[in-house]
Every structure is written in C-alpha cells, then in structure tokens.
Design a binder for this molecule. Structure first.
Ligand code: SF4
Ligand code: SF4
Length: 162
C-alpha cells in the first residue's frame, strides 16, 4: 500500500476556499499562507483547515493533477453526489486540460454532478450525469450550500452546462 499523500508545496485551497473561522473570503490568500510552502500557523489552524481534503490529497487523482500543478482543486460535496472543480484565478482555461476533462468525465460516469467554478464563480459550468436533471442537481447543490454555509468553505452556483 502506498504512503498517504501530503500537500507538499501545494497551498491552493488556502486561496480557493472561504474559511469562516478566519473570516477569510473565497479567492483571497490566507494571511497565514506561505504560498508554495505551507501554513505558517499549522499547529493552530482552524477546523475548516485541518478537516479539509481535496480529491488529490485523498489519492483520487493522478500525481500530475496536484492542485498547485494543474491549477484546479477537486472537492467532493459529501452526501450530495457533487464535485466542485475550483479553478485558480487568472487561469480560466486550466480546467480544459485533457487530463482534467478525463477526470471530470469519469466522475460523471460514476454518477457525480460536476460544477466547475472559474474566476471565483464569475463563470460556472455544470456536467450532469446521465439519468439526472439540472433541476435535481441544483436542488442537491442548494442543500450542500446550506451545510457549507455553516461548516465548510466553498460556495459555487451553477449557471451553464458543459
Ligand atoms: S488543495 Fe489539496 S493538496 Fe493542495 S493544499 Fe489543499 S488539501 Fe493539500
Ligand atoms: S490557516 Fe493555514 S491551512 Fe488554513 S487557510 Fe490559512 S494557511 Fe491554509
């Protein structure tokens, strides 16, 4: 069995998430982040941070799709069958990379809706798995957002289909 992954030099979620405990907004680098190095307040980081695991960290994506390398973060909205694909600012086409598109397609084949959020949600795209409707996915997303607003860190709103 391979060793669990570590974030290493990746710090992308320290920008692409909101952290209620720190009053940090989505898209702003956390004041504790040493970009490309790690957290300067690692021992004191809040629950939103130490409980956070992107799909890459959980081993669900190939090595080359570590978020700081591919410029996107895949995040599961647990219990709602949705994945968010959060694209770094200033790189609106990063998610169109062939390897990323392949992962997005695979998630949809596995029954997950995928919401791609570009430029902090200015552009949003939704891939709906076969047999599901946009209405159903949006209802699940609203339910997820309700939970997120209290416990988690990202707030996308889909408007278009991929
Ligand atoms: S985006 Fe994933 S790999 Fe990168 S710092 Fe956050 S949890 Fe770690
Ligand atoms: S407290 Fe640390 S882990 Fe949490 S967002 Fe800030 S830099 Fe990242």
């Amino acid at each position: 069995m391979s060793a669990p992954r570590k974030c290493g030099a990746c710090t992308l979620c320290c920008r692409l998430t909101a952290i209620p405990e720190l009053n940090k907004q989505y898209g702003v680098w956390c004041r504790h982040c040493s970009i490309g190095e790690g957290c300067k307040a690692y021992e004191q980081r809040p629950p939103s941070c130490y409980s956070y695991e992107c799909l890459w960290l959980k081993g669900g994506l190939p090595d080359n799709l570590r978020p700081d390398r591919c410029k996107v973060v895949f995040e599961e909205l647990k219990g709602h069958f949705i994945y968010l694909v959060l694209v770094n600012f200033g790189m609106p086409d990063a998610w169109k990379n062939r390897d990323i598109r392949r992962e997005i397609s695979q998630l949809a084949k596995d029954g997950f809706a995928v919401v791609v959020s570009v430029e902090g949600g200015k552009h949003k795209y939704m891939l709906i798995p076969e047999g599901q409707t946009k209405k159903e996915v949006e209802a699940r997303l609203r339910a997820a957002q309700k939970e997120i607003s209290e416990t988690n860190r990202c707030q996308p709103q889909p408007t278009q289909q991929i």
